[in-house]
Write a protein that binds this ligand. Structure first.
Ligand code: HEC
Ligand code: HEC
Ligand code: HEC
Length: 133
């Protein structure tokens, strides 16, 4: 490659880089976790699905981040009041799951609570052998 050809080549590589970065910024909406987040504390197991909330119900990231939830899976689980009482008072999921914006937190328990069996299914855990369950 001639000196000039190399310069043009490098310029094109640089431009391609800029375009790629530009696209990544434009697509920030797709940056939510595609796998559901599973809470295990204080009880196993509660499911939260970004896709359902963002795509199917058209919620912005802003409606949850960072006022209600940090963008960090497991953050709420560290808090002492991450429980039903707080939800009923309108905290965490209860900010929307109040029977107004979304179904109330004191109804349809099993939509959020997938239980130990649901947890094992999602984590690919097989029931221990020997038992008759
Ligand atoms: C309806 C509420 C809600 C909406 C809307 C929402 N999120 Fe989240 N997000 C959560 C919850 C809940 C968690 C887990 C936080 C926790 O454990 O305390 C979370 C966690 C995350 C995490 C951390 C994942 C990890 O593995 O640590 C990222 C990144 C994230 N959200 C990005 C987004 C983006 C981007 C959007 C918008 C496209 C969005 N979220 C919209 C509720 C929401
Ligand atoms: C910013 C508002 C908002 C927050 C916060 C929120 N949700 Fe929702 N959620 C909705 C809306 C809107 C729907 C759809 C309407 C409905 O089902 O009542 C929904 C639906 C659901 C469903 C129904 C799934 C189905 O199969 O129909 C589940 C489960 C759920 N949310 C769990 C959670 C959990 C767990 C949290 C907290 C970690 C949470 N949501 C926080 C707004 C919210
Ligand atoms: C909108 C989602 C949602 C609904 C609906 C819901 N829960 Fe919960 N629940 C949670 C979350 C989030 C936690 C805290 C995380 C964890 O324990 O995994 C929790 C925790 C709990 C706990 C342990 C902490 C505590 O408060 O003692 C119990 C027990 C519980 N739920 C029972 C129920 C029952 C019974 C119902 C139905 C009447 C119900 N939940 C409906 C989301 C929900």
């Amino acid at each position: 490659m001639s000196g000039k050809g190399l310069k043009i080549f490098l310029l094109m590589v640089l431009l391609a880089g800029f375009v790629a970065v530009g696209q990544a910024i434009g697509e920030e909406d797709a940056d939510y976790p595609t796998e559901p987040i599973i809470f295990e504390k204080p009880v196993k197991a509660v499911i939260f699905d970004h896709k359902l909330h963002v795509e199917d119900n058209g919620l912005d990231c802003d409606s949850c981040h960072d006022d209600i939830f940090e963008m960090e899976a497991g953050n709420s689980e560290q808090k002492k009041d991450f429980n039903m009482k707080a939800l009923y008072k309108g905290k965490y999921c209860g900010q929307c799951h109040d029977g107004d914006t979304a179904f109330a937190s004191n109804t349809r328990c099993t939509l959020c609570h997938i239980g130990v069996k649901g947890y094992n299914r999602m984590m690919g855990v097989k029931p221990a052998g020997g038992h008759h369950e």
